[in-house]
Design a protein. Sequence first.
Length: 97
Amino acid sequence: MATYVTLYRWTEQGIKNFSDTADRAKAAIAQAEKMGGKITQLLWTSGEYDLVGIAEFPDDQSVSAFNLALASNGNIRSTTMRAYNEREMTAIIAKTR
C-alpha cells in the first residue's frame, strides 16, 4: 500500500465544533478502513495546520475519494502528499540512471 501524509485545517464549522474532534477522528479512521485504507497515525498540531495524518491506501484514487468524503462533512480542508519509504526512494533513484 502507498503511504500518504495529510495536513488538515479546520473550517469555521470545524473550529466551532472543536470539542467533537476526537469523535470525528474515530469516524474518519473507520471511514478509511471501509474505503480500503488505514490511518496509521493522527496528530493534533499547533501552528498553520490543526492535524497531521499518516495513512496507507491502495492507490491515489482511493485516498482522493477518502479525502473528498471527509471534506464533504464540512469540518476540514486538506493537503495530501504521497510519501516514500527508503526502499521506494531507492527504486525511484535507480530509475534515473
